[in-house]
Design a protein around this ligand. Structure first.
Ligand SMILES: [Zn+2]
Length: 84
């Protein structure tokens, strides 16, 4: 049986187990109605944004953390370019 990717349900901590590789998927982006979750292997699933505020707050936290990580990585790349 194939899992239905469009019907993933967020766990209480707002993560999902990746159906393709089993790694945890964390929220990376959201819109008014959907949230996009991504695992370390960059598998992505878009699912409906949950109604409850607690989960939405967790989603916002995940997205903020992800943004901070990308920022750090970007600075590292800039430093590596400077060294050449
Ligand atoms: Zn995956």
């Amino acid at each position: 049986m194939r899992p239905c990717e469009d019907a993933v349900t967020l766990r209480p901590d707002a993560t999902v187990e990746c159906v393709e590789c089993g790694l945890p998927m964390t929220p990376v982006a959201e819109s008014a109605e959907t949230v996009t979750v991504e695992c370390a292997n960059r598998h992505r699933v878009v699912t409906a944004l949950p109604d409850d505020r607690a989960t939405r707050a967790l989603i916002d936290n995940w997205i903020a953390k992800k943004g901070a990580q990308l920022h750090v990585q970007h600075e590292r790349w800039e430093r590596e370019e400077d060294e050449e």
